[in-house]
Design a protein around this ligand. Sequence first.
Ligand code: KIV
Length: 274
Amino acid sequence: MYTNMTNSSLRAAITVPSLRQRKTDAAKIAVLTCYDASFAAHFDAAGIDAVLVGDSLGMVIQGQASTLPVTLDHMVYHTAAVSRGLHAPLLIADMPFMSYRDVPTALASASRLLAEGGAAMVKVEGAGWVLDVITALSERDVPVCAHLGLTPQSVHKLGGYRVQGKLADEAKRLLDDSHAVAKAGAELLVLECVPAELAARITGEIPIPTIGIGAGPGCDGQVLVLYDMLGITPGRRPRFSKDFLRGHDSIDAALTAYVEAVHSSTFPAPEHTY
Ligand code: KIV
């Protein structure tokens, strides 16, 4: 029987301002993806700071080849489930493919994720035309997490899932885009598959916390896909991930080890970075 009464109810809730404070205090932020209420309750107890209901659920839950088939209804369903299991961690929900294609659509989509799903923040991929969406949401007090580098919703244009920002012109664009999303009002920035040196430079220059996935130890926090860090995603584990269940005898122990490794900056190690 599932119960959401855990010790974590005693932890202070993580808020958008408290995440900013973590950057000021140089205190690392541990984020993990989650898709259901039972895992959410364990995350809460393990001390995870923020939980992302990622559209990665299309791949790891639904078995799709990409995140593109994920719908807003899927995201609302999983976000609401996670929210029932959580108390302290900040809940971030992905805006799925085409759900923020223009400002009116983005406002309608975000309002479902907050009102029906219980999210406290929404995540959008990219800069350029997405900046107007970030501004519109932020002006309406919807906290936004931006996502740059490898943006999986652009997989066809990018030509695959690979490291971004290795060439000088790409690196310059990523740096400029990072400043632009912060200026547009984003509160958090996920950097995915970006060379460690570039991610550290971005982190040092922008005022909002960066959360890396395959972006090295210089980010303000880290995020992993839950099933990757439990070693149960079928196929080859990405280089940037680590199986935290290996060497631990329970999921709780693996989650706690992840939180400790992020907070103490022992994860990611050089073998997880580009
Ligand atoms: O969908 C997702 O899980 C994500 C993370 C990989 C950052 O966007």
